[in-house]
Structures are given as C-alpha cells and as structure tokens.
Design a protein around this ligand. Structure first.
Ligand SMILES: Nc1ncnc2c1ncn2[C@@H]1O[C@H](COP(=O)(O)OP(=O)(O)OP(=O)(O)O)[C@@H](O)[C@H]1O
Ligand SMILES: [Mg+2]
Length: 245
C-alpha cells in the first residue's frame, strides 16, 4: 500500500484580482520526502509556499493533511499541522535572544505564568548544539539581530526541530548564504529527512536542489509542468524544463 502523503494540493487555483498566480495546481509531499519546487521568476513558487503556510487561501481547490481536507486561514493553522516556514528573513524578532525566539509563542512557564528562563535556555543550548551545526552561534543569549542570515535560519530550523515539525517550507533559503552556510543548511535538510521530516525547497539553484531533493516539481506560469523523481531525471533535463517552459 502506498503511504498517505502528509500534505497534498488538489487543483489549487489562486487569483489576485485579475491575475491568476496558480492554476489547477496539484502535487503531494510524502513523509520524509524532500521536494525541489523549481521554476522561473513569477512561476508561482512563493505563492504555493504561502498557501501551504496559511498566508493565502486558495480561490478554488483545496489542501489536505494526512488525507483529510483542510483549510488553513492563518499561519498558526499550518503550524498546528506541523508545518514550519523558513524564509531568508525568517519570522524572528531581532531584539530578542535566540532562546526567546525559539520559544516564541510556546514559552515554558511555571504554575504562576512566569517564564522558566533557565529551562528554556538549557533546551535552546542543547538544540543549537545537537541539531544545528552552524558556526559562530556560541550562546543562546545572543540577540538574533546580531546574527547573519544563515545563522538566523539555523535558529528557525532549531525551533522547527525542537517542536518536532513535520514539514519545512524553505523559500530561497540559500540566496544570501555563504558557501559554508549553504552546505550546512542543505545538510540540515538531509538530517531532518533522516528523522522523517519532509521539506519543500524553493530555489533557483538546481545544483543545490539536486544535492538534497528526492523529487522535483517544476512550475511555469502558475501550473505544474513536470513532476519527477530524482532517479528519473538529470540536472540537464531539469534545467531545460525550468528554462524552456
Ligand atoms: N500578493 C500578491 N498580489 C498580487 N499578485 C501577486 C501577489 N503575490 C504574487 N503575485 C503574483 O503572482 C505571480 C507568482 O508570484 P510568485 O511570487 O509566487 O512567484 P515565484 O515563483 O516565487 O517567483 P520568484 O522566483 O521571482 O520568487 C507573479 O505574477 C506575482 O506578481
Ligand atoms: Mg518567490
């Protein structure tokens, strides 16, 4: 029997006024599967990510989680379904520490409602050490505003790891990263996959996608033009699809 996908899009159309950004888009994300969502500028990749993360609602069509039709009306709906979105300038607060960012909205408190700072700090330290191998993060007390783009992503990923997210959405995560940070991020995706976490990686860099993805969904003008397993394609073929469709 084939496993039920964690997440599916069924014939999703998204209109912004007169513009149709997505047209009858269907694809699925399996458990522990890494999908490369590729396509030229304006193909509809970010719109797709925003739909899955609950920022946009479909004009028609629907999403399902674990085979159940679902409607996300805001980001916390998708978070409740175990979906975490990692943007370049991901949703972190610069003026707060790494620890506070990891626990934002899910703080550990005692019976009186006071924050258990020590406990959160210890967990943050542990998560940063064990799950995120990005250089230069030595203390969970550091303000997020003092971190580089790659380090911020590492914090966002640490949060996803700690709260046991099931799907990571990464929209152009490597666009402003150093070579080392990029390698660390891609390795992190693979490490999460080993723990059965799925990812959707949106990127213009087909080499990065090819390094970690199991399957590729190529979009053009808001529709899917190609959906292929890594073993059935090549970098050359993927490039042709992205450039020529
Ligand atoms: N909030 C919005 N309002 C109106 N139009 C939008 C909105 N968001 C996206 N669009 C339009 O939808 C289409 C798809 O945009 P989208 O951002 O999804 O593309 P993309 O594949 O992520 O491109 P890129 O690779 O440049 O990031 C574009 O024509 C864009 O102008
Ligand atoms: Mg985009």
């Amino acid at each position: 029997m084939v496993d039920t996908p964690i997440l599916e899009l069924h014939g999703v159309t998204k209109r912004f006024g007169p513009l149709t950004a997505l047209k009858d888009l269907s694809f699925h994300i399996g458990e522990g599967e890494v999908i490369g969502l590729l396509g030229d500028n304006g193909a509809g990749k970010s719109t797709t990510v925003n739909l899955i993360s609950g920022i946009h609602k479909p004009s028609s069509g629907h999403l399902s989680v674990d085979g159940q039709q679902t409607m996300f009306t805001c980001r916390s709906d998708s978070a409740d379904a175990g979906i975490e979105t990692i943007y370049q300038n991901t949703a972190l607060v610069d003026s707060l520490s790494i620890t506070r960012n990891i626990f934002m909205g899910r703080e550990i408190t005692n019976g009186l409602g006071f924050l258990k700072q020590g406990e959160m700090r210890e967990i943050a330290m542990e998560v940063l050490k064990s799950a995120v191998h990005i250089s230069g993060i030595d203390s969970p007390d550091k303000l997020v505003g003092e971190l580089s783009g790659g380090q911020k992503q590492a914090v966002a990923i640490a949060r996803a790891v700690h709260f046991k997210r099931r799907v990571l959405l990464l929209d152009e995560p490597t666009s402003a990263l150093s070579v080392r940070e990029t390698e660390a991020l891609l390795n992190q995706v693979l490490r999460l996959k080993a723990g059965n976490v799925s990812s959707v990686l949106v990127t213009h860099n087909i080499y990065h996608a090819y390094q970690v993805c199991d399957r590729f969904v190529i979009m053009s003008h808001g529709t899917k033009v190609f959906d292929v397993a890594k073993e059935d394609t090549s970098i050359t073929q993927l490039t042709e699809y992205v450039v020529l469709t």
